[in-house]
Ligand binder design. Structure first.
Ligand code: TRP
Length: 454
């Protein structure tokens, strides 16, 4: 009966379309904005190494698991999990996993949209020539002027949410496929160009040393949790986004191969971003641990100094905004499909409703850079708190549940059938990773970071 299940929302046109959409979801602010700044805050090399290990041993197997669940269930994450659990003779309570995903999607998008708003506003900064001939101080002033103004942040946040709602309302497949096909390679080319600039004009040796030579004395347990949480975040795992994308995947496409391509592209973009940014950090005597403003306070220096920098800067921020936008769509898609399937809303109405909830929640993040900057809980602003809660707690827990479900609840024959890998050694390897390595790694990192294992 599985063979006949189809998604009421349609299907991707093929393997390439899925790879593009999943890459569009994975590559985003997480790679270019978040990865460099958390690597900077957590001491560089050792953190990067842990992150890469987490991608390979936890991220890739769980991504395969999440896609296979989506394709088998072919509904919104809540129903997919409940249906599959029933089929495997387990409790329908697994549907709760889908619920947590919908909630995490709202929460992540609410602050993601605020940062995406920074990228939008920098399109106009770049076009106006604001970066030309400015030094590190000038560039940093542009950033603090922006984040210091509650009304500007609200304006850009609103605009970005509006853009997201328009695409989601129309259905993810049509526009997204075409946009991502051009924009992802474009972003890649610009990043390579920026790494070239960093090589010529930045302190490249020190930047590379910082990123790639591990100093384990700088690695705290919290840093390990952040690296692991980021592996989930950057691959869009643990909340049903990739599950939904998997539910539109045609039957005959290899899940393993597509997962590798997406993970590879995602990791390459993050590492390139780091290699472009840190040489500029060191050449200008900046702080690697400068926090969320890092990208916005470093790359504009390069745009201000390189020949043709206005154009390059403009293109960069346009593509960064597009990358954020193709990710944001996947954050809200689980909620929208749930509303359509359950509440009988049209796609348009469902998008508006979900968008408005996210927008409202985002106000808290927009204001935590200015008016509410002093309100802190556990030493974190609203923005920091919601990021920490989602990336480091909800996503790893969601991923853990996915691993336990596919590794322990689902019968081998079901997962093997869906992955279409036969009795191969690669299937055995995947099954071992998803059954033992990924869940135990998540549990150990998780509980040692929150202090339950010393
Ligand atoms: N992966 C995206 C990024 O790196 C963000 C994102 C999109 C995401 N969809 C997600 C994160 C689902 C977690 C879960 O920018």
């Amino acid at each position: 009966m599985n063979e006949k299940r189809t998604s009421i929302h349609g299907q991707w046109s093929g393997r390439l379309a899925f790879i593009l959409a999943a890459t569009g979801s994975a590559v985003g602010l997480g790679n270019i904005w978040k990865f460099p700044y958390i690597a900077g805050e957590n001491g560089g090399g050792a953190f990067v190494l842990v992150y890469l290990i987490c991608i390979a041993l936890i991220g890739v197997p769980i991504m395969m698991a999440e896609i296979l669940l989506g394709r088998r269930g072919r509904q919104n994450p809540v129903h997919t999990m409940a249906t599959l659990a029933e089929e495997e003779g387990a409790s329908k309570a697994w549907g709760l996993l889908g619920w947590m995903g919908v909630l995490a999607g709202f929460m992540i998008l609410s602050y993601y949209s605020v940062v995406a708003g920074w990228a939008l506003s920098y399109i106009f900064e770049a076009a106006s020539g604001a970066f030309s001939n400015t030094d590190a101080k000038g560039v940093s002033a542009i950033f603090s002027d922006l984040t210091g103004s509650a009304s500007s942040l609200m304006l850009w946040h609103t605009l970005f949410m509006f853009m997201t709602m328009i695409v989601v309302a129309q259905g993810v497949k049509s526009g997204l496929e075409r946009a991502v096909k051009w924009l992802m390679p474009g972003l890649f080319v610009i990043l390579v160009l920026l790494v070239g600039y960093a090589m010529a004009e930045g302190n490249f040796a020190q930047g590379i040393h910082f990123l790639f030579s591990p100093d384990f004395s700088k690695l705290s347990t919290d840093a390990i949790l952040i690296a692991m949480g980021h592996a989930f975040f950057t691959l869009s795992l643990g909340m049903g986004a990739i599950m939904i994308y998997g539910s539109y995947l045609p039957e005959n496409v290899s899940i393993a191969r597509t997962t590798f391509m997406v993970a590879l592209a995602d990791t390459a973009v993050a590492l390139l971003a780091g290699m472009a940014i840190f040489p500029i950090v060191f050449a200008n005597g900046l702080e690697p641990g400068a926090g969320p403003g890092l990208v916005f306070q470093t790359l504009p220096i390069a745009f201000g100094q390189m020949p043709g920098g206005v154009i390059v800067g403009l293109l960069f921020f346009i593509m960064l905004s597009f990358a954020a936008w193709s990710s944001s769509i996947s954050l809200i898609e689980p909620a929208v499909t749930w509303l359509v399937e359950n509440k009988n809303l049209t796609r348009g109405r469902a998008s508006i409703l979900a968008g408005m909830v996210t927008w409202a929640l985002g106000i808290g993040s927009a204001l935590s850079f200015n008016l509410w900057g002093d309100y802190k809980l556990l030493d974190k602003t609203f923005f920091d708190l919601i990021d920490y809660l989602t990336a480091n707690i909800m996503l790893p827990l969601g991923g853990l549940a996915i691993a336990i479900f596919t590794g322990w609840v689902m019968h081998r024959s079901s997962s093997r059938g869906e992955l279409q890998m036969g009795e191969s050694a690669s299937f055995e390897l995947w099954h071992f990773l998803v059954r033992f390595v990924a869940p135990f790694a998540v549990i150990i990192v998780f509980f040692s970071a929150i202090g339950l294992i010393k």
